[in-house]
Ligand binder design. Structure first.
Ligand SMILES: *Cc1c(COP(=O)(O)O)cnc(C)c1O
Length: 402
């Protein structure tokens, strides 16, 4: 079947929920993917930060194949060895004492909201159910995570909204302090806003949020769905600061592209969930957990995270060089291998132009071009992407009124 026919059938049979690029990727190796017409691309989207080990990773593929032959799925009515091993790995290498597994970022955040409410309900504080989240944030597409998401465009049309969420400006401690009334159970915040445009808060912001939460007795929940699993150069993004969160949510990169979500918490908070409180049919199933074990072990292996930091700094420096030559780039920002340039114009055309030159990148928040390659990206691959970006920017400069 030709590509055009697949595109027609997609329109005919699949919900029209995505603005899809008119190509179909069929295989990949490392940071490269190939489409159905045989064209090769350098992949700086990585399934939106999901394919942390790149494509066709031999150890990840082998672990999936081995586990698939043994047992793909078994209910959480039984003990699950890969899930236990994964939870132990996460606990031994993070702030967390306990882990709950689910299947996506939205689900992990949904679980976090339930956990925070239940925590205070158990203490008899039944009216303490408000969550303070940030403007411009993104937490998922389920009803509660939409209510948490601080962007009207995602929420409109799905009213009535789930109650109990209020928003303050990201980075604004004065506004946060005002919002933290006695009915607030938790603050939910991304260490770096991903979908909102790779926005980095002031240096001491998260530590100060922790202090405010302590002063008001509410929980601090970090949405590390995008920043977690090594993306920013530490296993969890908050590790570069000197504080302990109460809850962290993970998903995207955790199982290298296999659907998974996780809710990490301290014992004090985790004990609010008891048998019957929360559950998931597929959460932490043998297949997904086996994949995540490989990803986490690789991410924690010698030099891996240092390499993410180094490659991220290299990419950031190269982007900054381009910014000094092209006024169209208003700002370069990022941490580790979560980097972006803010453009003076919408970036949709640039995404297409980069694709023409064999590089896949993603546009978020209209004007932000985001670079999130697999964590195993090489300097040569970064240089190749930068070369394409340079050529595309040079082309735009030639257009008189661009
Ligand atoms: C992608 C994302 C989510 C939603 O994850 P899904 O797996 O699509 O439900 C939530 N929070 C953040 C920060 C994300 O980047």
């Amino acid at each position: 079947m030709a590509l055009g026919q697949f595109i027609e059938e997609n329109a005919k049979y699949v919900f029209n929920t995505y603005g899809r690029t008119p190509i179909m990727l069929i295989e990949g190796r490392g940071c490269r993917v190939k489409d159905s017409e045989g064209r090769e691309y350098l992949d700086f989207v990585a399934g939106i930060a999901a394919c942390s080990l790149g494509h066709g990773h031999p150890r990840l593929a082998a672990a999936l194949a081995d586990q698939a032959k043994k047992l793909i799925h078994v209910s959480n009515l039984f003990h699950i060895e890969p899930q236990i091993r994964l939870a132990r790995l996460l606990v031994e290498h993070t702030f967390a004492d306990k882990v709950f597994f689910c299947n996506s970022g939205a689900e992990a955040n949904e679980g976090a909201v339930k956990l925070a409410r239940k925590f205070f309900h158990d203490r008899g504080e039944h009216d303490r159910y408000w969550i303070v989240a940030m403007e411009n944030s993104f937490h998922g597409r389920t009803l509660a995570t939409l209510a948490a998401t601080g962007q009207m465009k995602y929420r409109q049309g799905f009213e009535p909204e789930v109650q109990g969420f209020r928003h303050v400006a990201f980075g604004d401690l004065v506004a946060l302090e005002k919002a933290l009334t006695a009915d607030v159970c938790a603050v939910l915040v991304e260490p770096i806003q991903g979908e909102g445009g790779v926005r980095i808060p002031p240096q001491d912001y998260l530590s100060n949020v922790r202090e405010l939460c302590d002063a008001r007795g509410c929980l601090l929940m970090l949405d590390e769905v995008q920043t977690g699993t090594g993306r920013t150069g530490t296993f969890l993004a908050h590790e570069r600061f000197d504080f302990v969160p109460d809850v962290v949510t993970l998903a995207k990169g955790l199982a290298g592209g296999v659907p998974i979500g996780a809710l990490l918490a301290t014992d004090r908070v985790a004990q609010a969930f008891v048998p019957g409180s929360h559950a998931s049919t597929f959460g932490g199933n043998p297949l997904a957990a086996s994949a995540a074990i490989v990803v986490v072990e690789e991410a924690l292996s010698d030099g891996f995270l240092k390499n993410v930091s180094d490659k991220g700094a290299f990419l950031g420096a190269k982007l900054a060089q381009l910014a000094s030559r092209y006024p169209l780039i208003k700002e370069v920002r990022g941490m580790g291998l979560m980097q972006a340039i803010e453009l003076a114009v919408p970036c949709a055309d640039m995404v297409a132009a980069m694709r023409e030159r064999g590089v896949l990148v993603n546009c978020t928040a209209e004007t932000v071009l985001r670079f999130m390659p697999p964590l195993i990206v090489t300097e040569a691959e970064i240089n190749e992407m930068i070369g394409a970006l340079d050529a595309v920017l040079a082309g735009i400069r030639e257009v008189p009124d661009a």
